[in-house]
Design a protein around this ligand. Structure first.
Ligand code: FEO
Length: 386
């Protein structure tokens, strides 16, 4: 695939992967992107996941057309991109391996070598001329790992952005960018809002016409949208007005309470209500929804004197990913001694800048007039905020 003058795509699609990074379902597979810049010198940008070395090298050979590469630029050392560095280094012994100090430290850990005698250590502001193409490197620590460097090709106005602006999904499947990019963002780099903001501040000063990430499609149109989404997400700002109700239910009574609350919220004019069953739905999707919207209701049963496991796991996901700046309400169920709200609130207090609602609801077994009235009051309070 030709991207710009002398820039080619040689990435691969993975439809066999069960879980990305050992935890995220990828119904439409995953793409590991790799690029070749052909000039007086030739640079390859990042390798691909372990199972795809042969396919990647075959694509590279086709682009090389008999030439040999001069550089392998290593922007990110996570194994979905680094697993074939040694394969490349053995195939092309004259090529120089280019990366940050952190990247070479990781190569020592993964491969037992820093490629001494054939390495080029780059840092913020380092440059590399390929002939007509002038590359400069931008440190982007913790987007997603600390060693990450972005690469800017000033000649073609192309930003190679490592994991940033990537998404779940292989490139031979056509799907909406926002949904799977958002799930990817909050799952993979959600915790690192401040480093993403720093990287954004650097790249928004550049004249960029194409963004080439290491996952997902190459972005060449409407770049303001993607940059704007990253600005919103990394600032933990609300993207869409609405209420997410994340729940778990054992015998259906809590589910019934959630359905009642959903109906009340809609009747009272809530612009959008999203309901997710934490025991059955994809929790990464629930995390994405929680970060997307401004209001979150956590509804669950009391379990072993605490919080039902699916809910406890979900709240730990929120804490781990630096959930913040949101309004949170609780609905608990407990037949004889409801304590779930106490447990959920204690966990949610670990998140920064959370506003807890005045009204919450307690159900003792099944819904009755008293618990319906509590849910009415909660719905009233939430709906009044839109
Ligand atoms: Fe796509 Fe952080 O690796």
């Amino acid at each position: 695939m030709h991207i710009a003058d002398g820039i080619y795509y040689i990435g691969v699609n993975d439809h066999e992967l069960d879980l990305f990074e050992g935890q995220y379902i990828v119904p439409n597979g995953m793409a590991y992107n790799s690029y070749v810049l052909v000039d007086e010198k030739i640079a390859v940008m990042d390798s691909v996941e372990a199972n795809f070395g042969d396919e990647w090298l075959a694509k590279l050979e086709e682009v090389l057309d008999g030439r040999t590469p001069d550089y392998l630029i290593v922007q990110h050392m996570e194994p979905d991109h680094s697993a074939n560095i040694t394969t490349f280094a053995e195939r092309y012994p004259e090529a120089t391996i280019v990366g940050s100090v952190g990247a070479f430290n990781m190569m020592q850990n993964y491969f037992g070598t820093k490629f001494e005698g054939r390495n080029m250590i780059i840092k913020e502001g380092s440059t590399l001329s390929l002939g007509s193409k002038e590359l400069s490197f931008i440190a982007a620590p913790n987007v997603h790992w600390p060693e990450v460097m972005f690469t800017y090709d000033a000649t073609d106005k192309v930003l190679f952005s490592a994991d940033a602006f990537g998404k779940f999904g292989a490139l031979d499947v056509d799907e909406d960018w926002d949904c799977e990019a958002r799930r990817y963002y909050f799952g993979i780099v959600g915790k690192f809002g401040a480093p993403v903001q720093k990287a954004l501040a650097k790249v928004t000063k550049l004249d960029i016409q194409v963004i080439c990430p290491l996952h997902g499609p190459i972005l060449s149109k409407n770049l303001e949208h993607y940059l704007g989404q990253y600005q919103t997400w990394s600032a933990y700002d609300v993207e869409t007005a609405g209420v997410v109700i994340a729940y778990s239910s054992v015998y259906g009574h809590t589910k019934e309470a959630v359905a009642y609350l959903e109906q009340q919220l809609k009747e009272k004019g809530c612009p959008r209500v999203v309901v997710t069953d934490l025991a059955r739905d994809d929790q990464a999707e629930a995390v994405e929804d929680a970060f997307r919207h401004g209001h979150l209701v956590l509804a669950t049963t009391t379990y072993c004197g605490g919080v039902f496991p699916a809910m406890e796991q979900f709240i730990h996901h929120l804490i781990d990913h630096a959930f913040q700046k949101r309004t949170v309400a609780f609905v608990e169920n407990g037949t004889w001694m409801p304590t779930a709200t106490k447990g959920m609130r204690a966990l949610m207090e670990k998140c920064a800048n959370i506003t807890f609602t005045e009204h919450n609801a307690t159900i003792k077994g099944s819904l009755n007039d008293d618990s319906r009235a509590q849910l009415d009051a909660l719905a009233e309070e939430l709906a009044a905020q839109f």
